[in-house]
Ligand binder design. Structure first.
Ligand code: FAD
Length: 388
């Protein structure tokens, strides 16, 4: 017969595990099955971009393996088992290998996948990586080996900047390549981005900003050569791609659920367009907002645990700024949801405060660098909630 659980959660990232944990904390005893495409280790994803400076072996980043996680949650956990289809009417899943699994309620916590905006030639594939989970970290860690490596970091968003800083701190020779003229283009107004770029350059990170990658080709035996649009070349042992993340919506879309480029559409109670199916975390777009960081998914897990336990509870996201882990120049940002009328910027060297204001002069977002990050709490109190 087909196995069944009262609740199936697809995904064992912080969202899926956080929900199961929140339910057990509420005293909920239903039968829960978590299904993961990966190895199901319990780990904190934000730590991935802090591990190389401390030379942490992959296992040091994991709190527990899948077996102990299942035990701690009193749940069944299926690892290396991609779900390939959802039948919302029959309340059934198809798993890799064509076996089936039945559910009463379903939660999608499928996260987001790295985008690769260009083709990597097959002879260079062994040099090219992205790190979006502990299994990826394990592979990259192995490829880095023991000696210092030349790492070409492609992409200067949060993930790219954090890995650039962390790998540099770990003794590697880092180049940072991105089409934008300053780092963190979606989080910082340009002057603050330049301050971070300067801190990187002063520390010895080689910047190739305002440059797009035209070609990756094999170099000598153990390297690749990246050619930029101005014909400059960067030779590297390893290439780390951080060119953005896209919510994993394909499974939901194929099942007829409402999705957009921002994620699986859910209302404030985290319900998708199909009753009995919910979504949270990087995969979900909650009433038009997909924040893709930890605080919103934790709030979602708490609210959804209450909803599933019988008390419909709409989620609320506060004015929670993003803390960027770049010790070379600390950054805190709460980007405005709408394009601001103006940015008011005050600077004392690399210590900068930028206030985003609307047409009536109201604060709608902010960005802080260096010593100014201590203004985080004060400004968060004054800024509007992400989802009020
Ligand atoms: P994921 O962790 O991506 O988990 C998705 C799960 O779904 C995985 O288990 C996957 O195997 C599974 N899955 C997907 N498809 C299927 C399928 N078809 N079948 C079965 N299983 C499937 N946020 C912060 O707030 N602060 C930070 O400092 C911070 N630092 C970060 C640093 C890095 C390097 C990165 C990459 C992100 C960082 N973030 C940070 C963002 C934060 O980590 C994410 O928002 C969060 O981890 C997302 O969790 P999730 O559970 O939604 O998704």
């Amino acid at each position: 017969s087909i196995p069944h659980a009262d609740l199936v959660i697809i995904g064992t990232g912080m969202a899926g595990v956080g929900l199961a944990r929140a339910l057990r904390r509420e005293g909920d005893t239903r039968r829960i099955t978590l299904i993961s495409a990966d190895s199901g280790y319990d780990y904190s994803k934000p730590l991935l971009s802090t591990g190389f400076a401390k030379r942490l072996a992959p296992d040091r980043l994991a709190q527990r393996d899948a077996g102990s996680l299942a035990e701690a949650l009193n749940a069944t956990l299926l690892t290396h088992t991609p779900v390939t289809a959802i039948d919302p009417e029959a309340q059934r899943l198809t798993l890799v290998g064509d076996s089936e699994y039945a559910y009463t309620q379903l939660v999608l916590a499928t996260g987001a996948a790295p985008r690769t905006p260009f083709a990597i030639p097959s002879e260079c594939e062994a040099h090219c990586f992205s790190i979006n989970d502990l299994d990826d970290y394990r592979r990259f860690h192995r490829a880095l080996g023991h000696g210092p490596a030349r790492v070409a970091m492609v992409g200067a968003g949060l993930v790219g900047c954090e890995f650039a800083n962390d790998l540099h701190a770990g003794g590697h020779r880092v180049s940072l390549i991105a089409p934008e003229s300053a780092p963190l283009p979606r989080l910082l107004p340009e002057p603050l981005g330049h301050a971070l770029g300067n801190a990187f350059a002063d520390a010895g990170i080689q910047l190739a900003l305002g440059r797009t990658l035209e070609r990756i080709a094999p170099g000598d035996a153990s390297s690749v050569v990246l050619t930029l649009d101005n014909h400059d070349t960067v030779e590297a042992d390893l290439v780390l791609l951080a060119t953005g993340l896209a919510p994993r919506t394909a499974l939901a879309a194929a099942a007829g659920l409402e999705v957009s480029a921002s994620g699986i559409a859910v209302d404030r109670t985290l319900q998708t367009s199909h009753p009995g199916i919910f979504a949270l975390g990087d995969a979900a777009c909650v009433a038009g907002v997909n924040a893709m960081y930890v605080q919103p998914l934790q709030a979602s897990a708490k609210a959804l645990a209450k909803t599933l336990a019988g008390t419909p509870t709409p989620v609320h996201f506060g004015a929670w700024p993003v803390i960027v882990k770049t010790p070379l120049l600390p950054v805190v940002a709460y980007p405005p949801l709408a394009t601001p009328e103006r940015w008011r910027i005050e600077a004392d060297g690399a210590d900068m405060t930028a206030l985003a204001e609307d047409i009536d002069g109201r604060l709608i977002g902010f960005a802080l660098t260096g010593g100014c990050v201590r203004r985080k709490v004060e400004l968060s109190r004054a800024a509007p909630a992400l989802l009020g």
